[in-house]
Design a protein around this ligand. Structure first.
Ligand code: PLP
Ligand code: COI
Length: 353
């Protein structure tokens, strides 16, 4: 049985807020004043605290360092026009976090820790939510196994934390993406759908090779044939092909909340939507014959970033001028208006704190 928790709060006596230049934010370099820390041991969550942001002490034999029981989430909070602070769909992140936890044989985190902890933390650090255009407070919940033991088995103890960072855009220009046809991100039956640290570690080397060729990121393909489009390294992919908005779907892909939201908006606006397999050939043919009219990456950090060029088997395929893309520009504007409280939240996606 999980215990019922009260959240202890220890406030900082030396805020760093005055030193922050909200006009010049690099992604993830500045961390806010406070963090949440919850400890799991003996089969139950033992404590939940919000404390000043700072270093943590751990054993060098902590299991996650060696065997990778480490998962995370990415969420954003926005300063609304009326001064309120709202968090975008954190319930969805909570659900996905617990699915990642289950796949890695880690304990789930109950709502009274994940959601109530999030609200307590963001309420306390509400002045860290940037008031500047297109900026937000990036929220990073994460959990790792802490048992000090070198045998390969599920850790007996875990730490769940939330840290936050005021951020601007992750990508500030349209993307050049390379279709990866040698390395694999995730295979059927693996952990591709979960948001675990290893999925990102394995992407670094292939991504660096592509960046050396002048690309920003990879388009991962399926493990069996490298013939189907999966997702980018930090975001899902969506394509407008003919009159339909299409996103690749399979168990090897992270079930992104940004794309889920964009698909829901598209449906509401009467656009046809499909979640299905998309072959690289369909995409390349569609770019060449003009039926792929829009292509973009969608994610919490990436927001909605247009794809300008796709590299495949040594050739570069150029897409339409991002400025002329009707749906992408309209849906990004709509999402921003909704998140910053400039229009009615008709889907009920903003959690105001
Ligand atoms: N795919 C990957 C690999 C990601 O890292 C992300 C970012 O979280 C996404 C997709 C998009 O997911 P979401 O929209 O929930 O942020
Ligand atoms: C996110 O968008 O939240 C991500 O996790 C992408 C990246 C920063 C790892």
């Amino acid at each position: 049985m999980e215990k019922v928790h009260s959240i202890e709060v220890e406030q900082t006596t030396s805020s760093r807020l005055a030193q922050v230049d909200f006009e010049n934010l690099k992604f993830g370099h500045i961390l806010s004043d406070h963090m949440l820390v919850a400890e799991y041991n003996n089969g139950a969550w033992q404590s939940v605290k919000v404390v000043p942001y700072g270093n943590i002490v751990m054993s060098p034999s902590s299991s996650f360092i060696h065997y990778g029981q480490s998962i995370f989430e990415g969420i954003k909070a926005y300063k609304q026009e009326n001064g309120d602070v709202s968090i975008f769909r954190p319930d969805q992140n909570h659900e996905r976090f617990n699915k990642s936890a289950a796949r890695l044989e880690m304990p789930t985190v109950p709502a009274e820790i994940f959601m109530d902890g999030l609200k307590t933390l963001i309420d306390l650090d509400r002045d860290w939510v940037p008031p500047t255009k297109d900026a937000s407070l990036y929220i990073r919940p994460f959990m790792f196994g802490t048992e000090a033991a070198l045998g390969v088995h599920p850790s007996a103890s875990y730490t769940f934390m939330i840290i936050t960072s005021p951020v601007g855009s992750y990508y500030n220009k349209p993307l050049r993406l390379k279709v990866e046809t040698h390395y694999t991100r995730a295979a059927n039956g693996g952990v591709g759908f979960s948001k675990n640290a290893g999925n990102y570690a394995l992407s670094l080397h292939p991504t660096k090779l592509a960046q050396e060729e002048g690309f920003d990121q990879l388009i991962w393909t399926d493990a069996e044939e490298h013939a189907y489009v999966e997702e980018a390294g930090t975001a899902n992919l969506l394509f407008r092909i003919g009159d339909t908005l299409i996103t690749p779907s399979s168990e090897t892909i992270l079930r992104g909340i940004t794309r889920l939201s964009i698909m829901a908006i598209a449906e509401k606006w009467g656009l046809k939507t499909e979640s299905r397999k998309v072959s690289v050939q369909e995409l390349i043919d569609g770019i060449e014959n003009g039926s792929v009219t829009e292509a973009f990456a969608a994610g919490t950090a990436a927001t909605l970033t247009p794809i300008a060029e796709i590299g495949y088997q040594g050739k570069i395929y150029k897409l339409s001028d991002p400025a002329t893309r009707e749906f992408s520009n309209k849906v990004l504007q709509y999402l921003n208006d909704l998140r910053y409280g400039r229009i009615e939240d008709e889907f009920g996606w903003n959690l105001v704190v």
